[in-house]
Design a binder for this molecule. Structure first.
Ligand code: ZN
Ligand code: ZN
Length: 583
């Protein structure tokens, strides 16, 4: 019993329909083949069979080169690495100066402000102690001559104030494009404990000394000419040198650490990182100021440099992959669902009317439709009413009182007339011999199963009511029943019971009639049991009162009086009856 609870002893599985078709079979395997090829291709292309680790790396740089330049008011200057390669606060970058504005011999003094700031006409326009973020110094409160046309407020500042606003063009240090930089990049893949650097193990010292990186001819040389770097970033060095900018040097390591396909080489690429259109950004380029201080005649002085230059940021990306059986299994598992696409497609195909028509096959049987709640219609025939009633099975009312949903006018034509002929021929005989040809038509094929047996005539007729008063019985013969759908009388109004008429005995109860009907189906059977005769009697009654087919395929119901009359005649040996069963 516990087994039934919670469906513990049950297992549901799918029922499959196998369609024998060369076309569909070929289609299935073709689609599966295509899917398999796609999966294999994606696996090899994306190396899905590998497990991956991300890179950790460090970068150091060393810039080399000397520039010779002629700076206005200063003269010829030779710049070496200390001069032009400022220290950049970021770790993986270096800066190279390409242009400069020099203001020499500044000292603490009073001098006019640089237009357009601090323009004035009289002393009252200048405020003593005033300064803002554009000021080069603090105003003294007097208005002094700046040049022939303009006057500006006097300021206390490092004088003379830096006057040049725009960087020189062409850039003073444009020859920096010939500088070289050595980039050393050490990488590590922690998961595989793999260490490497961009100076490859097979490189010799002599190889390194002379080499310069080139995209095609020398792609693994770690020494780069700055002009080439800017060029590969699709920029012109001489233009970029004027205002400066930021160039990214990307090192990409895509390593395959499998034994047979081992490869782990750096791939360099370059691009400009800052906004390149000078007129589109308010503060273009890259510049900063620094000063060199010295003392002349006991007065501290300085030389101010405004330096423009290019910052090179070295960025390292990469991952390493190694074959992993677990990754392979996970990948295969994740691709299995693709095969369902074949089923989806073929199911769709055979579902289309076009294909079903072509294949002369209706595949709609593939789908079994089940209604949620089966509606049970019952058919009732009253002897005092001409029409057959179709009623819905009710849970509240007795069948006798259930209102019909449909009335069917029915006349038992051919078979009915033949009954009458038989009755007339046999006169008042209660048990007329039956002719096979006539009675066989009474057999209700398939309504109730029957087997043959040879049983002597039934018990004597009992027409007394079996119980006291029943409010739903009008013939007085019906039996008491607690089941609502057994509470059915043969009549609608008070009167004689149909089971007491002679035709009932001839057509339904007569032993020879039933025997003949059973023999008609299996002519050589010798014996018929009581059960078979009883079931045949039910069938005969239904045939008589309802005809071949009930309206709306409703289930015919035998009234209680007739049911028990038949049961009395052909009783069950153990006194048990299965009762009324719905489909
Ligand atoms: Zn009755
Ligand atoms: Zn009755």
């Amino acid at each position: 019993m516990g087994c039934r609870l919670f469906n513990l002893c049950e297992y549901e599985t799918y029922k499959l329909v196998r369609i024998r078709s060369v076309k569909l079979g070929t289609l299935k395997w073709t689609l599966n083949g295509v899917i398999l090829m796609f999966i294999c291709f994606m696996m090899l292309w994306n190396k899905e069979y590998q497990e991956y680790d991300l890179i950790t790396s460090s970068v150091t740089t060393k810039v080399k080169g000397v520039a010779h330049t002629n700076i206005p008011y200063i003269g010829e200057v030779v710049w070496d690495v200390v001069d032009y390669s400022g220290h950049s606060p970021e770790r993986n970058s270096f800066f190279v100066a390409t242009n400069v504005i020099v203001t020499k011999n500044q000292k603490q003094d009073k001098c006019p402000e640089i237009p357009p700031w601090g323009l004035c006409k009289a002393h009252m326009d200048c405020e003593k102690g005033f300064s803002d973020q554009h000021s080069h110094g603090v105003q003294t409160g007097s208005c002094v001559k700046y040049d022939i046309l303009r006057k500006t407020c006097e300021i206390s500042a490092w004088c003379p104030v830096e006057s040049q606003k725009r960087p020189p063009r062409p850039a003073l240090l444009a020859s920096a494009e010939n500088f070289t930089v050595l980039i050393k990049n050490n990488i590590r893949f922690p998961a595989f404990n793999y260490i490497r650097r961009n100076i490859l193990p097979e490189m010799k010292d002599s190889d390194l000394k002379g080499c310069i990186y080139h995209q095609f001819t020398n792609p693994y040389c770690p020494i780069f000419r700055l002009g080439d770097v800017v060029h590969e970033a699709k920029e012109k060095f001489s233009d970029m040198a004027v205002e400066g900018g930021v160039i990214g040097i990307q090192i990409n390591w895509d390593c395959d650490l499998n034994r047979f396909f081992h490869s782990c080489l750096p791939k360099y690429s370059f691009r400009r990182l800052d906004e390149k259109e000078s007129n589109q950004t308010l503060y273009p380029g890259l510049s900063f100021r620094f000063a060199r201080y010295f003392t002349m005649n006991g007065v501290e002085q300085r030389t101010l440099f405004k330096v423009y230059g290019i910052r090179f940021d070295v960025m390292v990306f990469g991952k390493a992959g190694k074959f992993s059986i677990i990754q392979l299994i996970i990948y295969i598992g994740s691709t299995l669902s693709y095969y369902a696409l074949t089923n989806v497609f073929i199911d769709w195909l055979i579902g289309t009317k076009c294909y079903s028509k072509k294949a002369n096959q209706n595949y709609s049987e593939k789908f079994e439709s089940v209604h949620d709640q089966q509606e049970c219609l019952l058919c009732i025939s009253f002897v005092d009413e001409e029409q057959l009633r179709v009623v819905k099975k009710s849970q509240k009312k007795s069948l006798q009182e259930t209102n019909p949903i449909f009335l069917h006018r029915w006349k038992n034509t051919l078979t009915g007339k033949r009954f009458l002929i038989v009755i007339q021929k046999r006169g008042q005989t209660m048990t007329p011999p039956v002719q096979i040809g006539q009675w066989s038509e009474l057999k209700a094929d398939g309504i109730l199963s029957a087997k043959h047996s040879d049983v002597s005539a039934g018990t004597p007729l009992q027409e007394k009511p079996r119980s006291g008063y029943l409010d739903w019985c009008h013939c007085g013969v019906c039996h008491h029943s607690t089941s609502l759908h057994e509470q059915l009388c043969c009549r609608q109004s008070k009167g004689r019971c149909i089971s007491t008429c002679s035709l009932f005995h001839v057509l339904v109860l007569n032993h020879s009639t039933l025997e003949t009907a059973l023999l008609y189906e299996t002519p050589l059977a010798e014996q018929h049991e009581e059960d078979q005769l009883r079931h045949e009697a039910y069938a005969q009654y239904i045939k008589w009162r309802f005809g071949e087919k009930t309206p709306m395929d409703a289930v015919p119901v035998i009234p209680s009086c007739c049911l028990w009359r038949i049961r009395d005649q052909y009783p069950s040996p153990d006194g048990k009856y299965s009762g009324f069963k719905f489909h």
